[in-house]
Write a protein that binds this ligand. Structure first.
Ligand code: BES
Ligand code: ZN
Ligand code: ZN
Length: 502
């Protein structure tokens, strides 16, 4: 756990065990603080050819005021006033966290670089720094018995600026960063929790805790309510499981006249065995993460409640477990959804769209939404389409899609569009029901045909579908993640919603 704060004091007065300074490529000018901490800094940077190149870290140890201290000189490469430079900075910070963990530095002071390098405000820089520190310090280690084998450490971190006038901005950035970082890590914790310890009822209870703590309205429908309401998709998926399904709705009301309302819908399959169309063993290993979408929309509501934006936000999370059993739905079964449409279940492993169908129908019928966005680990095909660096974005509403693409870009949670061409509608044609829950093999593009299935349930409200199957967990080679869940989506929704009226 990192406790991040700012200070009015000079960086040297913090008496920290660790100090971090940033350098642009070929601009290695050592300030007087560095030279006081490391009197041999000039020589050693030359000797070790520290040039400030992107990702280069020089760790130096010295004695300062009777204490052994570590100084990290960190390169962020050539700045281009852009988003890429900011991402380099995020990764550089993440690498520093690994050093902090290795050396068990319990107090660290970071000299923030000039925000102008990245073409952002000082507040935003402090926000970004805080979020990436918290993301990088996350480890799901509660089941590692040997305490010494755990990597996470508790540290006090000071964000320092050589201009004291920046402190208010830094403080504001840290405050938002703490809220967003917590929301990301809460969502990751729920994803990483073993599936028998995070059942639909338990995830719904997590949502209740969030609601109570943040004064949000919450509705939790139980399985019997879900059956009564005619949500045949959610009920159908749950019927093979020992655990009852839930449908959670969290509401933030901004209490402003004429405010717009956004619906966020997240897939909450607490474990996806595939059902009777059972998955091969290795594909099932990560299927505790199949509730990532629900985790994101629920956790994001913490950010919304804390920041009180001028737009109403409602999170919808249909939650169930997809299991095979004597009571499970079978390939060939036909389900009827909340909006009256029917689908033939050709494959019980395409269950996400079945529960989303009911949640989307419910959202558009019972709320006056100006936009609806769903987020789901929906298709394995998405991993091949966009790879682990992106969520796939599918939409026929260009304005909403553009808004989300813009938020994605600044947030660092990246999205990439796939074509939602009406020609693909036929892929889910069905002879015995309105639609089929799988795309015809002739169409191949499973991520797109899944989106066309969902389209039957959103009426004509501006809608974007985000498939996060590739990026919700086990993303390789990003220093701010190790294995496990990423919390993708919290930063994106935060930037989208906080800037909604701009
Ligand atoms: N939860 C999976 C999709 C998934 C796969 C997410 C891998 C993350 C990583 C989803 O329910 C599923 O199994 N989809 C099927 C659909 C198919 C049967 C039409 C798939 O993608 O194979
Ligand atoms: Zn599935
Ligand atoms: Zn699934």
């Amino acid at each position: 756990m990192f406790n991040i704060q700012t200070t009015d004091a000079n960086i040297l007065e913090t008496k920290s065990l660790g100090y971090i300074f940033f350098f642009e490529q070929d601009k290695v000018v050592l300030n007087k603080e560095i030279l006081e901490l490391i009197p041999f800094a000039q020589e050693i940077t030359k000797q070790r050819e520290f040039k400030g190149s992107n990702g280069q870290i020089l760790d130096l140890t010295a004695q300062y005021q009777g204490q052994a201290i570590t100084c990290l000189l960190v390169g962020i490469g050539t700045h281009k006033n852009d988003i890429l430079s900011l991402e380099h900075y995020r990764r550089a910070i993440a690498k520093c966290v690994r050093v902090i963990e290795k050396f068990k530095l319990t107090t660290i002071s970071i000299e923030l670089p000039y925000a102008k390098i990245f073409n952002i405000s000082t507040q935003r820089l402090a926000y970004e720094t805080t979020v990436v520190l918290l993301k990088s310090g996350y480890h799901f280690d509660e089941f590692i018995t040997e305490k010494s084998a755990r990597v996470s450490i508790n540290s006090e971190i000071y964000l320092c600026s050589n201009n004291i006038e920046n402190n208010k901005e830094i403080n504001d950035g840290i405050n938002l960063g703490n809220v967003v970082g917590k929301a990301i890590n809460d969502a990751r914790t729920w994803c990483d929790t073993p599936p028998s310890r995070l059942t639909p009822a338990i995830l719904a209870h997590k949502a209740k805790e969030i609601a109570d703590k943040n004064n949000l309205k919450i509705t939790i429908f139980n399985q019997s309510d879900i059956t009564k309401m005619g949500m045949g998709g959610l009920e159908g998926v749950a019927q093979g499981s020992q655990h009852e399904c839930k449908f959670v709705i969290l509401e933030y009301n901004c209490n402003r006249p004429n405010a717009q309302t956004i619906g966020l819908v997240g897939k909450g399959i607490t474990f996806d065995s595939g059902g009777l169309s059972i998955k091969p063993a290795n594909s099932m290993e990560t299927m505790k993460d199949d509730m990532a979408g629900a985790a994101i929309v629920i956790s994001t509501m913490q950010v919304i409640a804390n920041t009180r934006p001028g737009v109403n936000v409602i999170a919808f999370a249909p939650i169930a477990e997809n299991m095979p059993s004597g009571t499970a739905i079978k390939p060939g079964d036909v389900l009827r959804f909340y909006n009256g449409k029917t689908a033939e279940v050709k494959n019980t492993d395409a269950e996400g769209r079945l529960i989303l169908a009911d949640a989307l129908s419910y959202a558009v019928k019972n709320y006056n939404l100006n936009a609806i966005i769903d987020i789901a680990t929906l298709t394995g095909a998405c991993k091949y389409a966009v790879g682990p660096g992106y969520a796939a974005l599918l939409s026929q509403h260009d304005d909403l899609a553009a808004k989300i693409q813009a938020a994605a870009k600044i947030s660092g949670d990246k999205v990439w569009p796939l074509p939602m061409d009406d020609d693909y509608k036929n892929a889910i044609r069905c002879d015995i029901a309105d639609i089929s829950n799988t795309g015809s093999p002739a169409y191949l593009a499973g991520t797109i045909t899944a989106a066309f299935f969902l389209q039957h349930f959103v009426s004509d409200i501006p809608w974007v579908h985000l498939d996060i199957a590739a990026i919700a967990f086990d993303v390789p080679d990003k220093p701010y993640f190790r294995s496990g869940a990423t919390g993708f989506g919290v930063r994106l929704f935060t930037d989208l919603i906080l800037n909604w009226n701009k």
